[in-house]
Design a protein around this ligand. Sequence first.
Ligand code: SF4
Length: 726
Amino acid sequence: MARARVRRNTTFDGSYLPAERKGDVRAEERPIGLDGELMSDTWSFNATIGPRDAFQPWTRRMANGKMLTDPANASHWELCRRFFTAVRNRQFENAPHASLSTLNGMVGVICNLIDQAISFGKMSLSELSADEWEIIKKRSGISFNPWDLGRKNTYGRVLFIYNVIVDLTRLYLHQAEDSLYILNDGPSFPVFTSPREVEKLARLLGRAKGKTPDIPEAIAFPLLNAAIEYVVIFSDDVFRLQDTRIRLLEQFPTPRDKSFDSRQRRVAIARGLLESYDNGDYSLFPKLKISTTALSRAYGLDPKTLYHKLYRPIVQDFDGFLANPTVEARLLLESGIDKLARQKQHRQKKPNHRLHRKLIGLPFSGAAGRHSPWPVRTVKDIQDMEKDLWTAAYIVVANFMADRSSEILGLNTECVVRRLDGYYLRIPIYKEGNPEGGTIEERPCPEIVVKAIEVVRRLGHPSRTAHNKDLLFMLERSRKRGKIADPITLNKAIRRFAKVVGAHSINGKVWRFNSHQFRRLFVTIWTSYYEFGGNIEALRKYLGHGDIRTTVRYATGLTQGNALSEKAREMTLKIINSIAFEGREVQGGAAVRYTKVLSRLRIRLVPETRIADWVTHHVDKLKTVLNPMPWGYCVWSRIAGKRAKCIAEDQRKVGKDRPNHKEICSNCAGCANFLKTDVFDGFWAAAYDRHDRIANNPAAPDTLRSAAKIGRQIARTYARLEEQDA
Ligand code: SF4
């Protein structure tokens, strides 16, 4: 589905531009959905879904060193509030359907403009001169984001900033229907002359949007394989360890920190002594000196305790004050008590890990697998494994659903639904224009995703119970705060997992994983599965090799059409080049064509670079794409429709699209578009055995046996059994 743009056309008819602004400003309104006071430090909106809190915080420090909510910035804050409400309530013509997060971004831009006005020594945006606006326009090309400081903004970001300036201008200068103004401040003349100028300048200053890099295949496949192994093979053992660990924590609770109790008591004694002194009650210090007997009796202590190094200073300090009760001595005494009271509160002692380790029976080794994490030696290792399993489940979901991290982290525990035709994932989509923070969409999902979701549901159960929350991606570790991972923590977890399973570097160079890269990884997997499929052994085992088609089929529903065709082109070039230069053995109708042409070129002693150029030209000109099937590739091109066996003869023509799901293996084997490489040998060997069994079964019907004989003959050729026999 195409991602919708939030922006709309902006009018530049100039009709709203009076020579100078006259008239009153409207009374301030409440934005739709605001839950609370208009003048509170943070606006909260309760109409959202998923884990995102819909807040608009106003707690920002401005360039004058004061908070936005400070009376010194009253008009600036009012401008931000008014603008927010104007867009949210769509108070003006052509107002955008902006989501709360987009509004948040718009307010950020306005604050930034105000900061720049302050830096020019101006009290408001309306005081800025044309020259100063020119400077601001140019500065908008540079990022002020602390993570990206000084880098060129993208074209889209510059356009976003310019559009906010345009909106500010027209809302400040344009009288609404009631002849009142919406904004209290804004540019006092049009900063841009036309939409063309906005567009042109944004293109000039902005950089093209950076494409998320593709995870190289050399680490993508091992990473995904490891993630699937964790989800499918190791999860049961991890749950067993987790259950035992949590049960032991409850059975042997963490001992209480006794020093905390003692500190509380000392503070109480010292404050009690001062209070008695203020009240004129001298019973605890009858001779202007503390009576240890009276004091210990009053607080139920052993008198000897008062001579302990922790209590002695209290007695000595108070005796000193009684001997010289000056104001300074009193202040000193009070500050000492406050300091003691402020000392770090109740530091939880660590659980008895040694005991737990013994009771759990560590070291522990579980089910075997290529990326096996065993043995687990310590309780901390168990916690790390829980985290790794969580990350693995995330990678599986992200890879096969190709959704954004915020959308995946927004899933709740009831996100999988079973329909007649299989499983569907109910996923919150944030970026597609719903102003209330997202919509729920149902998308078909493969079985491996259902398994990953089951794993993460079980993993986060203790945390969800503790916080009475329903978010899927909660982890037992987040028990204290009850929050799910933020993007930075998520990226760290992915990098850690990649390192643990040894899929983090290529030729010694560490790959910087981030969660967004998984949106493209499935495309890589889908287009290249058969060439590199052996690497995803865990998936093959889990689904059975034939069923992999069902899983990869979901890729066809992806929204990343471009990425898909780019990847398919890459793979096509890679395979044809491997035929041309590595002498890779291929079979099938397409193979005959390629080998003929390539050998002709070689006989003519055409240099290798020209052969490579020919391959690229051929692939691009004919729009050739290799479509993987379990038995080989269907080489589809502009002219493939003319000779495709799966199309009725009278309908074959140039420029025809490849028929969907119509392929039949027996047709393909004799088709001019068919290409078989060595990675499909396993399929054909198994097919040979199957046909052979039927052909030799006297109980099988004759028609079936004769069909099996033909099938056996075809399979024999493609399994290259003749060569092996020879
Ligand atoms: S018969 Fe098979 S190889 Fe030939 S065009 Fe159809 S799907 Fe492709």
